[in-house]
Design a protein around this ligand. Structure first.
Ligand SMILES: C[S@@+](CC[C@H](N)C(=O)[O-])C[C@H]1O[C@@H](n2cnc3c(N)ncnc32)[C@H](O)[C@@H]1O
Length: 242
């Protein structure tokens, strides 16, 4: 795993964050050191996905990056066939994913689509994953995407989502951020790296409050909703179309 040193040196101006080739090269190190319980979340999501996957239906991984969820899911399914559509708007991410799939038995169960999630038709699905990705989409598009997911899900289908979140109370948001920056320092990031990355993500990653997400799920039609993993400002949700 190549070490993430992208923000180590001072930059005169910090350009907006993009999922380009330099990010892809260090993505696994970056995400493991930046998202608390990242592996645990993927493990539980792939177990839940395998449990709720319905034969002959599709599973969608929206914002699949270099395939960490897909590879977990392949491991979980073993020899069982499935049909996954993995979508990402970064060609560099999908190139990396394609390489990782090439020597996997059952790797052809996963079809990679280079496109914006906003353009993708979602249909005949029992499981939709949107892990750490809704936060990168324009806020104005989010209601529509969650509604389209709900409409496309079969009965007993699930949506699994992780997001960085803010708190409705500013004091609590500050406390959560403080602990998040501690976490990053404990994982070897310097204060300069933390602050330059924060600048890069400004207006690119737009987090919302848990209540906003839950209201959006409910408005879309979900009635069975839970948070199955929470760490300060990171929440993983499960919504069942019951
Ligand atoms: C933080 S990463 C997601 C991590 C991944 N889901 C995982 O679990 O490892 C966000 C991904 O969303 C993709 N992305 C951002 N906006 C997108 C959009 N509008 N349509 C499709 N993909 C998008 C990025 O290219 C990036 O690969």
């Amino acid at each position: 795993m190549k070490k993430d040193t992208l923000y180590k040196k001072p930059k005169k101006t910090v350009p907006p964050f993009e999922f380009n080739k330099s990010v892809v090269d260090v993505f696994d190190d970056m995400i493991h050191r930046s998202v608390p319980f990242y592996s645990e979340r993927l493990t539980r999501m792939s177990q839940l996905a395998a449990m709720f996957y319905q034969n002959e239906s599709r599973i969608y991984d929206l914002g699949c990056s270099n395939g960490n969820f897909g590879l977990h899911f392949l491991g979980e399914m073993g020899k069982k066939p499935f049909d996954m559509i993995a979508v990402d708007s970064s060609n560099a991410m999908l190139e990396a994913y394609r390489k990782r799939l090439s020597d996997r038995p059952n790797g052809d169960c996963i079809k990679l689509i280079l496109d914006n999630i906003e353009n993708v038709v979602i249909e005949n699905t029992s499981v939709v994953i949107i892990n750490l990705t809704l936060q990168f989409l324009p806020v104005s598009e989010r209601d529509d995407i969650v509604r389209r997911i709900f409409d496309a899900l079969l009965p007993q289908g699930i949506l699994l989502m992780t997001e960085k979140v803010i708190h409705e109370n500013d004091e609590m948001t500050r406390l959560q951020q403080d602990f998040y920056y501690r976490y990053k320092r404990e994982n070897g990031y310097s204060n300069l790296e933390i602050s330059q990355k924060r600048d890069a993500l400004e207006n690119v990653l737009i987090p919302e409050a848990i209540e906003t997400h839950i209201k959006r799920f409910q408005t879309a039609g979900f009635r069975t909703i839970d948070i199955f993993q929470k760490w300060f400002n990171f929440s993983s949700f499960i919504c069942i179309k019951s």
